[in-house]
Design a protein around this ligand. Sequence first.
Ligand code: SAH
Ligand code: SF4
Length: 341
Amino acid sequence: MTEIKSLTMEELKAALKELGEKPFRAGQIFKWLHAGVRSFDEMSNLSKELRAKLAERFVLTVPEVARKQVSQVDGTVKYLWRMRDGDCVESVLMHYEHGNTACVSTQVGCRMGCKFCASGLNGLKRCLSPGEILDEVLFMQQDSGEKISNIVLMGTGEPLDNYDNVLKFLHLVSCAEGINIGQRHISLSTSGIADKIEELAEEKLQITLSVSLHAPDDETRSSIMPVNRAYPIERLVRACNYYFDTTGRRISYEYMMARDKTDRPWQAEKLAGLLRGRPAHVNLIPLNEVAESPLRPSTRETVRRFQAALEKRGVTATVRRKLGPDIDAACGQLRRREMQK
Ligand code: SAH
Ligand code: SF4
């Protein structure tokens, strides 16, 4: 059965036509869906017959809160959702000055195998549908009672390894008739699947592309991110430049600070060399320790010096504030703990 929330307005109109209904019903139904109704019976401006027809023909996904952790330090909320088939995914609600930001997962697990990441430790279970990704946003907003204004695709999963569903999600979530979060308020983070970055460029979206670079040399990068063997740094940077040239959107590079691995002075120099003269922004991320990985975080002082070295060479860099330090903050850790039970 078709998941109704994965349908665009156009697809919904076509489906209703097939059911012998007037197309304007699509607008009403779309609004209900994006308001987070839990059953077709809540759609009070539809006839009982139509509601029954919809329930017969479509699946309405409603994830349950399997676990929820609230940070006592900064109010960050981490959700573990249980979906229809019993699989679980995580999302995080963060409070920033510029608004509330939802960090959402795009897959159950991940097959990219980055050495520092808890999400990938058990590989990929399955991809999320467009509606399931949308559900994370809708139900986080509903459960928290807080308006979400920004989205980052930085939870579990590699968004470009679930390309079609993620693209459809981006259209659904930025649709004027729905929750209507502008594309400029959305960031997509990728480990660097260069072909897909180029394909995405052609869509000419207004989203921010965030690239998890984490090392400026192939030897180091390949040792922590297997994807680098398929798409080495030079190839990746070429795709990023193409993305900027095509969309006019500045790329954001994520760079994880791991002690004696990615934080050495020559690496700052090399990183600056890669990005020099290109509109780019570097986000220095303090490594979150994951028990299964030998990598350790850099010291504060090293991070500060690395940042200064980049700035000196004309590359803008900020250090990401760590939110929710008292909850299972690192990507994939909450789901992992639940799986181990
Ligand atoms: N798969 C995508 C998006 C999800 S991961 C990607 O890799 O970009 C979101 C971000 O968290 C990425 O930049 C990733 O490298 C980073 N990350 C994963 N594990 C981490 C850890 N233990 N410490 C710090 N950052 C981590
Ligand atoms: Fe997957 Fe991103 Fe984790 Fe790498 S960092 S394993 S791509 S979720």
